[in-house]
Design a protein around this ligand. Structure first.
Ligand SMILES: [Zn+2]
Ligand SMILES: [Zn+2]
Length: 275
């Protein structure tokens, strides 16, 4: 059994990465070159899922010992079968990701960090991991704390990382898969709208694995007769280091503008008043 878990971990870290690129080559949705603008930086970002599968599960187990030893539901998952851990992990991941995702789109400071993920002008699997580190941490913390509190560990978490590793990579790919699957899973046809520059799709399709919360809270956008075509920001840097630093610059710029408006509100109202 331990061999199987080792194999699953290896496939989560490297297998999905290669398999989805192969599927993109065999069943492309849009006409792209295999390596698109910014591909090298995207490849650098790809270290993230390779460490994440191990790191997140290790953090869940580690956090358990740091939290108070007793309390409601504490260690509820400590001695349950793996499939139950899997289902709870899926539920916790869906809820924590969906609401954190809505928050980072609404909050102007957090948006500058999440914006890195939305900056790619191509929608293909290599950009799956294009994230700012603080954005990644923010998405992971609620999941790690809740699963740590519940005492999750073992096979259920390994299977969940395996499943999520596939959905993340496939959902961001240029694979022309069956459209109906987008009614259930975060697929390329569905999640591409989340990255689209079409105003009709702004602040839609926030889900991580299953799309049920988008349909439940009215944020789903999945037109039958249309396909997302344009993505990202042409002017956003494709350099990994710049992508990690740029959000601080943009936040400082917004803060300066905010304080300038707070100190000189009259200037604006004067300007707006007709002569
Ligand atoms: Zn987003
Ligand atoms: Zn995305």
């Amino acid at each position: 059994m331990q061999d199987l878990y080792k194999w699953l971990e290896l496939f989560t870290e490297y297998g999905w990465f290669g398999l989805v690129i192969l599927l993109e080559y065999l069943f492309p949705n849009r006409r792209y070159a295999l390596l698109n603008k910014g591909w090298f930086s995207d490849l650098v970002h790809t270290y993230e899922p390779i460490v994440r599968a191990m790191l997140i599960n290790a953090c869940v187990v580690g956090v358990n010992g740091l939290l108070p030893s007793t309390g409601p539901l504490k260690n509820l998952l400590a001695d349950v079968p793996g499939w139950q851990v899997f289902l709870v992990a899926l539920l916790v991941s869906e809820i924590s990701f969906y609401f954190t995702h809505r928050l980072v789109h609404r909050n102007p400071i957090l948006w500058e960090f999440h914006r890195v993920h939305h900056s790619s002008t191509r929608y293909y699997s290599l950009m799956t991991s294009r994230f700012h580190l603080l954005d990644l941490a923010l998405f992971s913390i609620p999941y790690v704390v809740v699963m740590g509190w519940l005492g999750a560990g073992g096979a259920g978490l390994v299977w969940f990382a395996f499943f999520q590793g596939f959905v993340d990579r496939y959902g961001h790919s240029n694979v022309n898969g069956p459209r109906f699957t987008g009614r259930v899973l975060m697929t390329p046809h569905f999640h591409a709208w989340h990255h689209s520059t079409d105003p009709a799709a702004f602040d839609k399709n926030f889900s991580r694995n299953l799309v049920v919360l988008d349909y439940l809270f009215g944020t789903a956008y999945y037109p039958k007769d249309k396909e997302a075509e344009a993505f990202g920001e042409q002017d956003y840097s494709n350099n990994y280091i710049v992508q990690q630093l740029a959000p601080f610059y943009y936040v400082a710029k917004k803060a300066r503008q905010y304080f300038r408006d707070a100190v000189h509100p009259a200037a604006d109202s004067r300007a707006a008043r007709p002569d």
